[in-house]
Design a protein around this ligand. Structure first.
Ligand code: NAD
Length: 294
């Protein structure tokens, strides 16, 4: 099925980014949130970001204007009735996502593809509340969406080949590289691999083996990573990371994902990383400086 109309549910960080790149690629996009305020905020951010792309010559002024024209905002779920593809990007709560998918199942065309941008929730469990689980798929974009190249496409237990093929085409059309996660496992590929490494790195700091700087330096200079695992966890947020580890651990009982105790203490102390000014590093001066002593 050719995708022409896209409906994005959730106008936060991810929903706004997905709306922006879809509209820039020429799709008609309707972005839905529960109130006008987040929609207005998202539109402001999209305009700012498109302006930046235009000033760098990555798109023309005309393309930036057209992208804005391609976006409509709404607080009504019923506006999804003529969508060919819905991308859901609401808060990471299974009850909320299932509620959204139940509503979409009522209002959307039977052939409409329903995609979730979930980082960790099983696509199969989201699909289970719909009448067409074969049309439900994961599209895991990365933040910031306009900059990050990857989209993980996740196959739920009943997702059809046609649905996977259609979202792969869509992701390509909006300028993303894709990987297919053939089985609906907790953490998909990116978090399954990335969080295991973060967990080991944090356990090494906890055990007094090396400082965060030396672990990050090792991975950057020894393995060519752009950022070290501790820097990355400060950027993600220690609380977000810990919850993501717990989600994989709860499903798999795999000790490699058991969050180290030190993370619980950091969360209790408000050392959440960049967003609170301190985590594995201190950002209070605006620079990233060493903070942990062994
Ligand atoms: N932030 C990231 O780095 C990142 C990366 C990859 C995936 N994700 C996933 O993307 C999803 C969204 O994350 P985010 O960071 O954009 O969240 P966010 O908190 O920035 O935005 C969520 C938005 O959803 C809206 N919302 C809540 N209930 C709604 C409903 N019923 N209908 C419509 N809108 C509703 C909220 O008002 C809010 O604007 C989550 O599942 C998250 O795990 C996030």
């Amino acid at each position: 099925m050719a995708i022409k109309k896209v409906f994005v549910v959730g106008a936060g960080l991810m929903g706004g980014g997905i709306t922006q790149i879809s509209a820039t690629a020429g799709y008609q996009v309707t972005m839905r949130d529960i109130a006008q305020e987040p929609l207005d905020k998202a539109m402001k951010e999209i305009e700012r970001s498109l302006g930046k792309f235009a000033s760098k010559g990555k798109i023309t002024e005309e393309q930036a204007k057209q992208a804005i024209k391609n976006i409509t905002t709404t607080t009504e779920m019923s506006a999804a009735a003529d969508a060919d593809l819905v991308v859901e990007a609401v808060f990471e709560k299974i009850e909320l996502k299932q509620d959204v998918f139940k509503q979409l199942d009522e209002v959307c065309k039977p052939e409409c593809i329903l995609a979730s941008n979930t980082s960790a929730i099983s696509i199969t469990s989201i699909a289970s509340v719909t009448k067409h689980p074969e049309n439900v798929v994961g599209t895991h974009f990365f933040s910031p969406v306009p900059m990050m190249q990857l989209c993980e496409v996740i196959r739920g237990l009943q997702t059809s080949d046609e649905t996977v093929a259609a979202v792969l085409d869509f992701a390509k059309a909006i300028g993303k590289e894709t990987v297919v996660v053939q089985k609906d496992v907790a953490g998909f590929i990116a978090n399954r691999v990335g969080l295991a490494m973060s967990c080991v790195a944090i356990k090494l700091v906890e055990a007094g083996v090396a400082t965060p700087e030396d672990i990050d330096k090792t991975m950057k200079l020894g393995f060519g990573h752009r950022m070290g695992p501790l820097e990355t966890s400060d950027m993600t947020g220690i609380d977000i990371l810990m919850n993501a580890m717990k989600a994989i651990y709860n499903e798999t009982q795999d000790e490699r994902y058991a969050p180290p105790e030190i993370m619980q203490r950091m969360v209790a102390a408000g050392l959440l990383g960049r967003k609170t000014g301190k985590g594995w590093y201190d950002y209070s001066t605006g620079e990233q400086v060493a903070y942990w002593k062994l």
